[in-house]
Design a protein around this ligand. Structure first.
Ligand code: BGC
Ligand code: ZN
Length: 376
């Protein structure tokens, strides 16, 4: 019997084409697999970049790649060896899949976010189809369960894992600094008394800011648009201070904040990222999340930056998502965001669209914060 075909959004790199694809509906092929009905899929800069054909490659033997790596789905079928999930459960899949090298310890231990051969694959990005289609099959170990009451926000779990992993690493690194972590049991969070600057107020920046606020940091969001604007409104709702870089220079920013203990970069732009590196504080940690496309060299104050990194014991950390633990933490924290700021976290999803809007969303002018395509 030939399988039913489903609607999918994909690219055909050889033709430099983005289009709706009739993709055969998948079926379970192994006992640890589940079949999942897609609920919704978020669109991000990576998807838009794949649509410029800078990268993005389909599975071997397929001339197309189905897009989509930020997904919420509902289990419809489970294989015989599936342990904890059942039909009706909501789940979020991760993105990276391990390389095949037996010597790659991170991949062999389920930590393909630290793959050391760089031969990992990624759903919706690199050699494995993504989730921008009606249903998909996935192994249980790549799925994180989602409580029902987070159905409206859980599509943001994947981008939030970038902050989860970034912060988890920062806490590990900062153990080098005696007293960096706030140890009191007063419930103010272990970042209490520390200043954090978030660069950028897109989805990665705002989700990162929310995470930093619940960890107790005093958070400044340094972004482009002048106030008032709706991103600054969200910042105000979560108790972060929004500062426009059109109005306040990098040096003025540093004067206003006091020692900058942590910077969370979410602008994906090299010049501002390195310019702000100049003002990272004593014993500070800089978390980078951006994946800018390659461009011409830009001048930076390299000697000044280097001197500070050395003399002030600074650390720079990259973060690419993410471990199963980071996914579980993202789901838990989305629950906390919703309890604290139901309006603000909901406002991050600025558009829910039908699949037919795919072209506008992927190659049209980017608008709003997080746009999603609804499938069910
Ligand atoms: C995804 C990551 C991925 C990266 C680069 C991001 O949008 O969240 O999982 O590794 O793109 O491909
Ligand atoms: Zn993404």
């Amino acid at each position: 019997m030939t399988p039913k075909s489903m609607k999918a959004v994909g690219v055909v790199p050889a033709q430099r084409e983005l289009r709706l694809i009739a993709h055969p509906e998948p079926a379970l092929t192994a006992p640890h697999e589940l079949k999942i009905r897609t609920v919704e899929v978020g669109i991000c800069g990576t998807d838009r970049e794949i649509c410029t054909f800078a990268y993005g490659q389909g599975p071997a033997g397929s001339d197309y790649l189905i897009l989509g790596h930020e997904c919420l789905g509902e289990v419809t079928e489970v294989g015989a060896a599936v342990q904890d999930l059942k039909p009706g459960d909501l789940v979020v899949p991760s993105v990276r899949r391990p390389c095949a090298d037996r010597g790659c310890v991170p991949c062999r231990e389920g930590r393909q976010d630290f793959c050391c051969t760089w031969k990992f694959t990624e759903r919706g990005i690199n050699q494995v189809h993504g989730f921008m289609t009606e249903s998909f099959v996935e192994e249980e170990r790549y799925l994180t369960p989602v409580p029902r009451d987070l159905r409206d926000v859980a599509v943001m779990a994947e981008p939030l894992t970038i902050a989860e992993k970034g912060l988890a690493q920062a806490w590990q690194v900062q153990q080098r600094v005696p007293g960096w972590e706030h140890h009191s049991r007063d419930g103010k969070g272990r970042g209490f008394g520390r200043n954090a600057v978030v660069l950028g107020a897109g989805p990665i920046g705002l989700l990162g800011a929310m995470k930093l606020v619940i960890e107790g940091f005093r958070v400044f969001i340094y972004s482009r648009s002048a106030k008032p604007n709706f991103k600054a409104d969200i910042a105000a709702q979560i108790g972060a201070e929004y500062i426009s870089n059109l109005e306040v220079s990098v040096d003025e920013l540093a004067q206003r904040t006091g020692n900058i203990d942590l910077i969370y970069e979410a602008v994906g732009e090299g010049h501002l990222t390195f310019d702000v590196m100049r003002v990272l504080g004593i014993n500070g940690v800089y978390i980078l999340t951006g994946i800018p496309a390659e461009k011409a060299p830009v001048p930076v104050f390299a000697d000044n930056i280097m001197r500070h990194i050395t003399l002030k014991n600074q650390a720079i950390i990259g973060t690419v998502n993410a471990s199963p633990m980071d996914f579980a933490d993202a789901i838990r924290d989305l629950g906390e965001f919703k309890r604290r700021w139901p309006a603000a976290v909901g406002a991050l999803i600025t558009g829910r669209h039908k699949i037919d809007a795919y072209r506008e969303l992927l190659v049209g002018k980017a608008a709003g914060i997080k746009n999603v395509i609804e499938f069910a």
